[in-house]
Design a protein around this ligand. Structure first.
Ligand code: DOR
Ligand code: ZN
Length: 345
């Protein structure tokens, strides 16, 4: 049987929510990954170091006994965040980045940044104190087509940030377009990008096949097939600048299957296996370990994990649904087969 062994991987972009919902999902991630960058878009958002540290404690308490999973915390940037919080975050061994959500861009982003001009002093402080900036890279003006928002963000915002702060480390999160791949490759090592498993596996047709498929709706929305192929080429052929970040984003079934369904795809139950399926499509696992386990750690200047995980080429069937506090959650590929199985060494 075909087997692949890699250093224990990390998830560089993850939503776990809080309290009972978090308890329902955190161990899916902890079974597969040693660490994850935890997104701060709670309600209310994580806008202070004190909040980030107490959120971290709640995550640690929800882990199965004996788990050594390490949540890497982030701050949520707002127009009014103080420079002091940035300085404190940069000194904390537990806080690893601050996240820019353009206001209105996605789930729980209403408290996000209204215009980049509002956070210039914060970006300055992040560059000075070497705290990475994570960006949800979508422009939000109502007249921009939803499929063009990532490219518009590069042109209107990201290139400006890069010009003004050339030594600020930036992760362009969950990229979805060929334009984003080209942009990252045109920049120096201060810019990297995460790629989700679902954006490597679905294109925008999957939202509409046989009717509307709300469980394939996420933000940034999946794009045309040529964009998916550009992401797959970046992940499999460009070691160093692209790494795994699932953006696994659990929502209750009723909130997804509604007249105004919310954005987010849950992949934490099978993330490493799903990435393996994507790499198998181009039959090229040469840089799989870099993408899953090495490049992100290097960018965040963290040590590589101890230990390994093994993937074997063996089918398993995903559950139809998962308990999610007082609701249920429909995982990616619910009721369907995944052709790789993760073993723990
Ligand atoms: O699809 C998404 N869901 N994209 C995001 O940016 C946020 C996430 C969530 O928190 O549900
Ligand atoms: Zn996200």
């Amino acid at each position: 049987m075909r087997k692949i062994v890699i250093t224990t991987p990390d998830d560089w972009h993850l939503h776990v929510r809080d309290h009972a919902q978090m308890q329902a999902v955190i161990n899916d991630t902890a079974r597969q990954f040693a660490r994850a960058i935890i997104m701060p878009n709670l309600v209310p958002p994580v806008t202070s170091c004190a909040q980030a540290l107490s959120y971290r404690d709640r995550i640690l308490s929800a882990l199965q006994p004996g788990s050594s999973f390490n949540p890497l915390m982030t701050l949520y940037l707002t127009d009014n965040l103080s420079i002091q919080e940035i300085e404190t975050a940069a000194q904390s061994p537990f806080i690893h980045a601050a996240k820019l959500y353009p206001a209105g861009a996605t789930t729980n982003s209403d408290a996000g940044v209204s215009h980049i001009d509002k956070i210039i002093p914060l970006l300055e402080a992040m560059q000075t104190h070497d705290l990475p900036l994570l960006v949800h890279g979508e422009a939000t003006a109502a007249d921009i087509d939803i499929f063009d928002r990532e490219k518009a963000f590069i042109d209107s915002t990201l290139s400006t940030i890069r010009q003004q702060f050339p030594e600020l480390r930036i992760v362009f999160e969950h990229i979805t377009t060929e334009d984003a791949v080209e942009y990252v490759l045109s920049q120096n090592a201060y810019v990297a990008a995460t790629i989700t498993a679902h954006h490597l596996l679905i294109n925008r047709n999957d939202l509409f096949k046989g009717g509307i498929n709300p469980h394939h709706y996420c933000l940034p929305v999946a794009k045309r097939e040529h964009h998916r192929l550009a992401l797959l080429a970046a992940a499999t052929q460009q070691p160093g600048r692209f790494f795994a970040g699932t953006d696994s984003a659990p929502h209750p079934r009723h909130a997804k299957e509604s007249a105004c369904g919310c954005a987010g795809i849950y992949t934490a139950h099978a993330a490493v296996e799903l990435y393996a399926e994507a790499f198998e499509q181009v039959d090229n696992f040469i840089h799989f370990e870099s993408f899953m386990s090495l490049a992100g750690a290097a960018f965040y200047r963290l040590p590589v994990n101890d230990g390994t995980v093994t993937l074997k080429k063996q089918d398993w069937t995903v559950a139809d649904k998962i308990n999610f506090a007082d609701a249920t959650l429909i995982p990616f590929r619910a009721g369907k087969t995944i052709s790789w199985t993760l073993e723990h060494n």
